[in-house]
Design a protein around this ligand. Structure first.
Ligand SMILES: CC(C)(COP(=O)(O)OP(=O)(O)OC[C@H]1O[C@@H](n2cnc3c(N)ncnc32)[C@H](O)[C@@H]1OP(=O)(O)O)[C@@H](O)C(=O)NCCC(=O)NCCS
Length: 168
């Protein structure tokens, strides 16, 4: 996602009060680590985000509070065309439920289609209601289940669902 094409730039442009979307940059690592830590039990640190962002197979979008503002959400993906995998998507806990997760996923599809990617996979913890709704809304369907793949907060085994969406 080197630069957003003009039509996608228009599509992802913020309406008043909405977050702005842009491609991820190396300088985002600290902020993405903070968002990740408040979203997942096992957080990825800034060094891990630096490594991911620098990887040539990584694509990502960041939602900021206005142009030049602080990141309030992100999506990171990795893969080799025609297949892509969502590595992580997270929205600031104070900004959830307002459509930002959906904007990030749909905008990522737009850029991926333009780059020749055709299929996106992901893995999600069974019972993550917000994520499951987000993925259902953005056209993903379950294609597999790995029982006991994750541990929940109490240490009990939880399945990982594998999901797929084809990009038209
Ligand atoms: C998953 C996450 C990214 C969704 O972001 P968001 O900005 O709140 O999502 P949206 O507002 O775009 O909502 C998308 C859909 O999910 C629904 N939704 C949002 N939060 C929900 C919740 N807690 N429970 C049930 N549905 C929920 C919305 O209503 C919307 O559906 P609709 O179009 O039918 O109304 C966000 O909750 C988050 O960061 N969670 C922690 C990290 C995480 O779990 N990431 C996914 C790991 S695979």
């Amino acid at each position: 996602m080197s630069r957003l094409p003009a039509w996608l730039d228009w599509m992802t442009r913020a309406r008043p009060g909405e977050a702005t979307l842009r491609t991820v940059r190396p300088g985002d690592a600290e902020a993405l680590a903070r968002l990740h830590a408040q979203s997942f039990r096992i957080g990825w640190d800034a060094a891990e985000f630096e490594r991911l962002i620098a990887n040539r197979l990584t694509r990502g979008l960041v939602a900021t509070d206005g142009p030049g503002g602080m990141p309030v959400g992100f999506i990171l993906l990795s893969g080799v065309a025609p297949e892509m995998e969502i590595l992580s998507v997270a929205v600031d806990s104070r900004r959830r439920g307002a459509g930002l997760g959906r904007r990030l996923v749909e905008a990522a599809f737009g850029t991926l289609a333009a780059e020749g990617y055709r299929t996106v996979f992901l893995e999600v913890e069974d019972g993550n209601a917000a994520a499951l709704k987000l993925y259902a809304r953005t056209g993903f369907r379950e294609i597999g289940r790995r029982p006991g793949y994750y541990r929940n907060g109490a240490g009990a085994p939880v399945a990982a669902l594998t999901m797929r969406r084809d990009i038209a």
